[in-house]
Design a protein around this ligand. Structure first.
Ligand code: CUV
Ligand code: SF4
Length: 634
């Protein structure tokens, strides 16, 4: 008999102490987690380097990643064709995810305007007016409904426009847009771009990696300046534009004496409705009758990030901690909608008698309870889930172990708020951002975003990278699971300014902000695009996004959505570093195009590093290069 495999120590799997504690508990409970399968599953080295193709049944064709030009596919496809096509399909999938999410928000908006949906309203009139103005829609003296109708009609084109430029490219700085036009990558509607991307990557279509790269950028831009941006704008209009608020993050937000309900996924609508249900006096009374002190509503992943700053809802953790939350035994119900929902959550929930509910028709899980959220009557779904959660609370039979850790921090920095805080505009007024960059107090701005991945130690690269950046006076903006990692590590408090370099610390202390600003969910990376566009328009830092002393990073990425995001940042002009893995074959022409060639076309460029120190080094070198080019290096 083979000796039992030595188990990886929890502290080598994650730096999140709560998750470490739950890994140990899961092992005692005999419950398998995705960390265990990651250790077991050995990725195919050919697939990891994107050196195989299965786009037709003459293959699958496998290239040799260490000698990439030795072979071609049965059809003759070269390694550059194969890896560009694979990359393109990842971008198409990621773009489809964000744009379909955005489209769902837009449909909700239409229902509200038409009056068929009455449980949601246009909450943020100011934002509606701003969005309308940015689309050249007249707002003066017009009724809110009329303006909203025009905004809807304009934004629908983000998806359906067959020809011509999508409306939101009006927000792109002129010189950046000029570059896109020259390169032929200004997006039409996302449906068209995704369709064309899928078509061109099929057997025997586009077999020129440079031509494919153009469609890859165009598709990704239809996400960043299209689907994702619509999602953010409409969510702000319907649910309110976030403003800074102090939030509790980590598994310690679960409460042993309350009915705990976790909402995990991406669309804000379910959590918004769940807030109404959990606050209903009748359900509150039912919870108390069951012996609970109350109902504790908690978010996870991007669902949580959508609402934490809008409503001050606590957040339990990021992608790699969703099973850990269930292992506490304290979760009475977990609801999920779309994206980043591991199929095994259903099974792990079963081990702890947690009510696990899928709620979106797009995303069912075999064997899991499905209670669909109908926007026309959302409380029907969320009330039923609350009742089931109360039932589970009453019959709790498992020992409960909740990690005690909770971090408090400030989140909810929309780009509008950053603008306001830093002096009414990005330049002029007091302590303006651009001036602080020009005078060198702030060396540059970095976006650190994206997933966690069991192939690298959870949260570690996020936290180490951000510490290194702020120490070097780089202001950090965040979204997604990365934001949650830094919140848990305590860097989203104004007090964290003490860990920043002297220049950044001075700015943070004067304005009263943390050196790490949380902007929201993954679709809210569009807020970072808006912020960099604003920096260009404010002046003093060049004419294009590519001129700015800024850089981006997704240190522990895993989703195709992250690749789409990375590509739209690169195509927008931002140097973007990905960590630990990159789906490409080394020493190929396609690699050189992504890692150098695009920059020569006036776009941004990709970078890659395996350690947070190296990621920081690459980003700082880029920021310094841009400062030199702008003549603002001291
Ligand atoms: Ni949309 S995409 S793991 S939940 S950031 Fe989190 Fe964020 Fe990646 Fe998924
Ligand atoms: Fe092989 Fe070409 Fe078919 Fe891909 S498309 S599987 S490379 S024959």
């Amino acid at each position: 008999m083979a000796a039992p495999k030595p188990l990886i120590r929890p502290e080598d799997i994650t730096i999140c102490e709560s998750t470490q504690q739950m890994i140990s508990k899961a092992r005692r409970d005999g419950v398998e987690l995705f960390f265990d399968r990651a250790a077991e599953m050995k990725p195919c080295p050919i697939g990891a380097d994107s050196a195989c193709c299965k786009h037709c049944s003459m293959g699958p064709c496998r290239m040799n990643p260490s000698d990439p030009y030795r072979k071609v596919g049965v059809c003759g496809a070269s390694i550059d064709t194969i890896s560009a096509r694979n990359f393109g399909r990842m971008v198409a999938a990621g773009t489809a995810a964000h744009t379909d999410h955005g489209m769902a928000m837009l449909e909700l908006f239409r229902g509200v305007i038409e009056g068929t949906i009455t449980d949601f309203q246009i909450k943020d009139h100011l934002k509606l007016h701003e969005v309308a103005a940015s689309l050249d829609i007249e707002t003066n003296g017009r009724a809110i409904e009329e303006v909203a109708r025009d905004v809807y009609r304009e934004l629908e084109k983000t998806y359906t426009q067959v020809e011509g430029e999508i409306p939101l490219v009006k927000r792109v700085p002129a010189k950046t847009l000029e570059t896109w036009r020259r390169e032929g990558i200004v997006p039409r509607g996302a449906m068209r771009e995704i369709m064309e991307m899928m078509h061109r990557t099929a057997i025997g279509v586009d077999q020129d990696y440079e031509n494919l790269a153009k469609q890859i950028s165009r598709t990704a831009l239809a996400d960043g300046w299209g689907g994702s941006m619509v999602s953010t704008d409409i969510s702000d209009i319907l649910f309110g534009t976030p403003a800074p608020v102090e939030i509790s993050v980590d598994l310690g937000v679960l409460k042993e004496d309350q009915v705990n309900i976790i909402v995990h996924g991406h669309e804000p609508s379910l959590l918004e409705s769940m807030m109404v249900s959990t606050a209903a006096p009748s359900l509150q009374a039912m919870a108390r009758e069951a012996g609970a002190k109350g109902i504790n509503l908690v978010g996870m992943c991007c669902s949580g990030l959508e609402v934490l700053s809008r409503h001050g809802i606590p957040h339990a953790g990021n992608f790699s901690s969703t099973e850990a939350a269930l292992v506490t035994g304290a979760v009475d119900a977990m609801t999920v909608d779309i994206q980043c929902i591991k199929q095994d959550l259903h099974k792990v929930a079963g081990c702890y008698d947690t009510v696990f509910v899928t709620t979106n028709y797009r995303a069912k899980i075999e064997g899991a309870l499905h209670i669909e959220l109908d926007e026309h009557d959302p409380l029907k779904c969320t009330d039923e889930i609350v009742i089931k959660a109360i039932g589970r609370f009453k019959n709790r039979s498992q020992p409960i172990e909740i990690p005690r850790r909770v971090s408090r921090g400030v989140h909810g920095f929309s780009h509008e708020y950053i603008k306001y805080m830093l002096g009414g505009s990005f330049r002029g007024g007091y302590e303006p951002l651009n001036d602080n960059i020009i005078n060198g107090r702030i060396r540059g701005v970095a976006g650190v975003v994206g997933c966690t991945n069991p192939r690298s130690k959870q949260d570690f690269s996020h936290v180490e990278l951000v510490k290194e950046l702020i120490k070097n006076d780089v202001l950090v903006v965040q979204t997604g699971c990365s934001q949650v990692a830094l919140a848990k590590a305590g860097l989203t408090t104004p007090g964290a300014a003490a860990m920043a370099g002297p220049g950044l610390a001075e700015v943070c202390e004067t304005v009263g902000i943390p050196p790490v600003l949380g902007l929201g969910a993954c679709v809210d990376n569009s807020r970072i695009l808006m912020a960099v566009a604003e920096m260009v328009k404010t002046g003093g830092l060049g004419d294009a996004i590519a001129d700015l002393p800024v850089a981006g990073c997704a240190p522990e990425w895993m989703s195709e959505k992250a690749i789409a995001i990375g590509q739209y940042f690169v195509a927008s002009g931002v140097y973007t570093v990905f960590g630990h893995t990159f789906p490409i074959t080394r020493e190929t022409k396609f690699e050189k195009l992504l890692f150098a060639g695009l920059e020569r076309q006036g776009l941004g460029t990709w970078g890659f590093a395996d350690s947070p120190q190296d990621m920081a080094r690459l980003m700082l070198a880029h920021i310094d290069k841009k400062r030199r080019e702008l003549g603002i290096d001291k």
